[in-house]
Design a protein around this ligand. Structure first.
Ligand SMILES: C[S@@+](CC[C@H](N)C(=O)[O-])C[C@H]1O[C@@H](n2cnc3c(N)ncnc32)[C@H](O)[C@@H]1O
Length: 432
């Protein structure tokens, strides 16, 4: 299918109704779109998923009869149309005409008059409807799902509003400059020559925000490995590992390889084993490393088991654990529709098992960096605090002086210094 609006409606349906992640559903649905079509489609999907309760409310207000569940695909398409009218990137008449055309592409010719009528109504009523919601914010849920909102309120009683707001915003585009390909200054000079607006982080000069975001094919030397797209929070992992040349390293949940590549960019390792349970994601790691001209040993295996391990301990282990991903909702709004409160206990149990298993694979005196893109204490400081109390030969290697056994690690909340929500804790194994 080559129609971006139709593909967007199908993808939204895959997430909301079929509980598929966008990473599962989108590659298949968008395979016939060109790069700019994919970008536009992604913009439609993300914007509608971030604000679906609002668009759903508008559709219910504007339609004379309630749309039945079997018309959900058309409901999602109308939401895509409303978002286009709001964003004003396309002329209003074109936005409506293209959305009506998409209903035909979806074989819903009989409903194209409804799409047209509702969008024309919205054109007239949008400002009154939006004003009403601003004055009566509790009419609908305009925030994170209830279960998550509650967990966050328990964890951050004063910060929850700010977290929700940051999680529902469009994320910034951060780049990591590859020092093996160019210096930070050289790369920034090329950005200026290409008239790409950017802000360089004053303390971490290889960390650059592209603002406004652009497609990677516009970035100087991207396909030759000049740089990678990676949030600033994720760029902290390799630095926190205290890397030295000649070390052996395990990246235990490595795919798609963003942090593996950063480690290899920063040090001459003796060996880097990049392990992941998901073979398709591991194939993406291979692609990442090839573009950057880097090498690691890719292993398909389960980090909670020892079957893949040759028995040689590592100097450093990075455990970027499977988690709720509640810190990266701004990048993956589908998480709001896919995660449930019950998942958290299961994830905590899996993280505990992986942590326990990997600890035996760390050399005495070695460092394990535990990382998640979660903002829930159960997966982060509580997990690490319990580990430290259980494991005699483990101690905290603080990142900040304020850390303690009860409150270990560095919790980054979404929007802090414009970063994703992330957690890091460093553990050091006693020497024999
Ligand atoms: C947060 S992602 C890793 C991101 C990666 N470190 C990066 O920076 O590009 C977590 C990864 O854990 C993998 N995973 C989940 N359960 C696993 C297990 N039991 N053993 C190994 N990998 C696992 C997932 O397939 C996923 O690729």
């Amino acid at each position: 299918m080559k129609n971006t609006r139709a593909v967007a409606a199908l993808a939204i349906q895959a997430v909301i109704d079929d509980k598929q992640s966008l990473s599962q559903a989108l590659p298949r649905l968008a395979e016939n779109l060109d790069e700019s079509g994919k970008g536009q489609c992604q913009d439609f999907i993300y914007a509608v998923l971030r604000a679906f309760p609002k668009y759903n409310y508008f559709i219910n207000q504007l339609s004379h009869t309630k749309l039945k569940p079997e018309l959900n695909l058309i409901r999602y398409l109308i939401a895509v149309g409303m978002y286009q009218l709001d964003s004003k990137r396309v002329a209003e008449h074109a936005a409506i005409a293209e959305t009506v055309e998409a209903s035909r592409v979806l074989n819903k010719d009989g409903l194209s008059a409804l799409v047209n009528a509702l969008l024309r109504n919205y054109q007239r009523e949008a400002s009154a409807l939006n004003q009403y919601l601003t004055a009566n914010p509790n009419t609908i849920r305009q925030t994170l799902p209830d279960w998550l909102q509650k967990m966050l309120k328990d964890a951050y009683p004063k910060g929850v509003k700010k977290i929700a707001k940051a999680s529902l915003q469009k994320p910034p585009m951060w780049l990591r400059i590859n020092p093996r390909a160019n210096t930070a200054d050289e790369f920034c000079q090329q950005l200026s020559q290409a008239e790409i607006a950017f802000k360089q982080d004053p303390k971490q000069r290889e960390c650059v925000q592209i603002d406004p975001p652009c497609n990677v094919d516009k970035l100087p030397g991207f396909f030759a490995g000049s740089s990678s797209v990676q949030d600033k929070a994720a760029q902290q992992a390799a630095r926190l590992l205290e890397l030295k040349d000649g070390q052996t390293i395990l990246d235990a949940c490595a795919a798609p390889g963003g942090k593996t590549a950063h480690i290899l960019e920063l040090s001459e390792v003796a060996k880097l084993d990049a392990l992941d349970i998901d073979e398709q994601r591991l194939a993406r790691t291979e692609k990442t490393l090839t573009r950057l001209k880097l090498k690691a040993r890719l292993i398909s295996g389960d980090a909670s088991q020892t079957t893949w391990w040759d028995g040689t301990q590592y100097d450093r282990i990075l455990l970027d654990a499977p988690c709720s991903a509640t810190g990266v909702i701004r990048r993956h709004p589908d998480i709001m529709y896919l995660r449930r409160a019950e998942d958290i206990a299961q994830l905590v149990a899996l993280q505990k098992q992986i942590l326990h298993n990997l600890w035996a694979m760390l050399k005495p005196g070695g460092i394990l960096l535990y990382a998640t893109c979660s903002i829930l204490p159960q997966e982060n400081k509580q997990q690490i605090s319990a580990f430290l109390q259980r494991q005699d030969n483990a101690s905290l290697l603080p990142i900040f002086a304020t850390e303690s056994l009860q409150d270990p690690g560095w919790q980054i909340l979404p929007g802090n210094q414009n970063m994703d929500g992330f957690y890091y804790a460093r553990l050091i194994k006693a020497s024999d």
